[in-house]
Write a protein that binds this ligand. Structure first.
Ligand code: FES
Length: 159
């Protein structure tokens, strides 16, 4: 998803202060507006408040009121154990990296998707295996993986 975080934040925060002491009110406003703190917005907020991103992460991890992930965020885990790997697990990961625009181990800028790889999930006979939000999808293909992401993005239930 391409979103102009900078313009949106500038508009949202135009009446807020730009000092370190304004960090909490600014983060509350961003959380209220987006329902989470989008990771892509952190560099913009840090510059605005003249603090480092690591200082912001420190505040975010201290206060439970803030979340870097939307409530309806999704985690996609692709098995890269030997059995799944030889059946094309690596091609599933490559396809998802392309579709999501992030490498494995990362979240999308809006925090909606996290892509990760895992080792053997114990169901090698039905590999390659992908787990979406705790639900196992068997004998997955790159096209099926792309379809799953597409369905989530359009609000459909993944098949
Ligand atoms: S290697 Fe993927 S489930 Fe075992």
């Amino acid at each position: 998803m391409d979103r102009d975080w900078k313009s949106e934040l500038d508009e949202l925060l135009k009446d807020f202060g730009t000092r370190q002491r304004d960090t909490i009110p600014v983060l509350h406003e961003v959380q209220r507006h987006f329902d989470h703190i989008p990771p892509a917005a952190l560099p913009v907020i840090a510059r605005r408040l003249r603090v480092s991103e690591s200082e912001l992460y420190g505040v975010l991890s201290f206060y439970k009121a803030f979340s870097l992930r939307p409530k309806d965020a999704h985690t996609i885990s692709v098995c890269m154990g030997t059995a799944c790997h030889v059946r094309g697990g690596d091609r599933i990961v490559e396809e998802l990296e392309k579709v999501l625009g992030v490498s494995a181990g990362k979240s999308t800028p809006d925090g909606m998707f996290t892509l990760e790889t895992v080792n053997c999930l114990g169901c090698c006979a039905i590999g390659p295996v992908l787990v979406l939000d705790g639900v196992t999808h068997a004998r997955i293909t790159p096209a099926a993986a792309r379809d799953i992401v597409g369905r989530i993005r359009t609000g459909e239930k993944p098949a």
